[in-house]
Design a protein around this ligand. Structure first.
Ligand SMILES: [Zn+2]
Length: 74
C-alpha cells in the first residue's frame, strides 16, 4: 500500500478511514467520522490540516489539549 498521506481530514474521508483521536496525556481514544469532523471544523472556521486540528481538540476525559490524530480502518 505504501505511504499514505493523511495530513488533512478530507483525505481521511476520501479514503474511507475513520479518525482515531488519542490523548497523549491520559491515553483516552475516540473514533470520529471524518465527514462530521469536517462539518464541525468548517462551521468553526478551523483548518482541516491534521496539525491544526490536533491543537484544537480537547480530551473529553482529562481536558488536555494533547490530541494525536491517526487514520483507523473501519
Ligand atoms: Zn485525556
Amino acid at each position: 500500500m505504501g505511504s499514505i498521506k493523511t495530513d488533512s481530514i478530507n483525505q481521511f474521508a476520501r479514503r474511507g478511514y475513520l479518525v482515531r483521536v488519542t490523548c497523549a496525556a491520559c491515553g483516552h481514544q475516540q473514533l470520529k467520522h471524518p465527514v462530521e469532523m469536517m462539518q464541525a471544523l468548517h462551521s468553526r472556521k478551523i483548518s482541516l490540516r491534521v496539525e491544526v486540528v490536533e491543537r484544537h481538540l480537547k480530551c473529553s476525559e482529562c481536558g488536555a489539549r494533547a490530541a494525536r490524530i491517526e487514520p483507523s480502518m473501519p
